[in-house]
Ligand binder design. Structure first.
Ligand code: AMP
Length: 283
C-alpha cells in the first residue's frame, strides 16, 4: 500500500494507470475510519482494479465555531483498516497542499444545498463540492463511493457530477449501524457513555416513523410530531432539524410515500449527529 501526500505524485500515477486502462475506484474520507468507511472500501475493491482512499479533514467545509481542530485523527489506525480492505493507495494531503496561497475558487450546487445541513451549516456544501471536485481531478477515479449516512451530500455530489459532466460513476452505499442502531460516525468518539446512550434517540425516532408509516400513517406532521416527542423525551438531546422531504428534490412534503426521506440532525451535548432513512427502503 502506497501512502502519498503530494498532488503531483498521485495525479501522475493516476494518469499512468488510466493509460494502462486500469479502472480506479475512489473512497474520499476525513479519516478516523470505522466499519461504515470499510464497507465503502470493500465495495470499491470489487469495482476497481486500483483502490484509492483519501484521508483529508477539509478545513473549508467546517464553519468557524465547528470542530475542525478537535476532529479525531488516527493515521496508523486508518492505515491498518485500509490494509485490511486491500487499499492500493492512501492519499493524505496537507491543507497547504490542497489550498495553496491565493486559493479563490468554489463549486456551489444551488437548491439541493439550501435545506437541512445546508441551512444549519452555511457554506458547508460549497466546501464539500469544491474538495470533491479537486479530489476527482487529482485521483481521476472511474467510480467513487459515498455513504447514504450523508444523504444530502450524496445528492449534491450526484447533481454536481451530472451538471459538470464529470466522468465518474457515483455509487451510494447503505448506512452502517452499531448493533443497537446508532449510525456509525467518526464523531461518535466525542460521546461520553451517557451521551452514547442518549444518542440512540436518533435511530429510535427513525424506527418509530418507519413503523407508523408501515402501519398506514402518511401525514407528515403526525410522523414528525411522534419522532419529535421521542427525541425531546431525551434530556441531553436538542433537535437541530427533523424533516420529511422528497428524496429527489429535497423539497418538503405534507403527505409521505416510499420516496420520502426522513432526515434529522440532533445535538447530544456538544456533539451534532445526523441520521436519515428512506421511508420505503428496507431497514
Ligand atoms: P467522513 O469521513 O465522515 O467524511 O465519511 C466519508 C464517507 O464515508 C462518506 O461518503 C460518508 O457518507 C461515509 N460514511 C460515514 N459513516 C458511514 C456509515 N455509518 N455508513 C455508511 N457510510 C458512511
Amino acid at each position: 500500500m502506497k501512502i502519498i501526500s503530494s498532488i503531483r505524485e498521485i495525479q501522475d500515477l493516476a494518469l499512468t494507470l488510466k493509460r494502462d486502462v486500469r479502472r480506479i475506484a475512489f473512497v474520499p474520507t476525513m479519516g478516523f475510519l470505522h466499519e461504515g468507511h470499510a464497507s465503502l472500501l470493500r465495495e470499491g475493491r470489487k469495482r476497481g482494479d486500483v483502490l484509492v482512499l483519501s484521508i483529508f479533514v477539509n478545513p473549508i467545509q467546517f464553519g468557524q465555531h465547528e470542530d475542525l481542530d478537535r476532529y479525531p485523527r488516527n493515521l496508523d489506525g486508518d492505515c491498518a483498516i485500509a490494509r485490511e480492505c486491500d487499499v492500493d493507495i492512501v492519499f493524505t494531503p496537507t491543507a497547504a497542499e490542497m489550498y495553496p496561497g491565493g486559493f479563490q475558487t468554489s463549486i456551489r450546487v444551488s437548491n439541493l444545498a439550501l435545506p437541512l445541513c445546508g441551512a444549519s451549516r452555511p457554506g458547508h456544501f460549497d466546501g464539500v463540492a469544491t474538495v470533491v471536485t479537486k479530489l476527482f481531478n487529482i485521483v481521476q477515479p472511474d467510480v467513487a463511493l459515498f455513504g447514504k449516512k450523508d444523504f444530502q451530500q450524496l445528492a449534491i455530489i450526484r447533481r454536481m457530477t451530472l451538471d459538470l459532466s464529470l466522468p465518474v460513476e457515483i455509487v451510494g452505499m447503505p448506512i452502517v449501524r452499531e448493533a443497537d442502531g446508532l449510525a456509525m460516525s467518526s464523531r461518535n468518539a466525542y460521546l461520553s457513555p451517557d451521551e452514547r446512550r442518549s444518542a440512540l434517540c436518533l435511530s429510535r425516532a427513525i424506527r418509530l416513523a418507519r413503523e407508523r408509516y408501515a402501519a398506514g400513517e402518511h401525514t407528515a406532521e403526525t410522523l414528525l410530531t411522534a419522532a419529535q416527542e421521542l427525541i425531546e423525551a431525551e434530556p441531553a438531546a436538542l433537535i437541530d432539524y427533523l424533516e420529511l422531504r422528497d428524496v429527489d428534490t429535497l423539497e418538503t412534503v405534507s403527505t409521505v410515500s416510499d420516496s420520502t426521506l426522513m432526515a434529522l440532525a440532533v445535538k447530544i451535548g456538544a456533539t451534532r449527529l445526523i441520521d436519515n432513512t428512506l421511508l420505503g427502503d428496507e431497514p
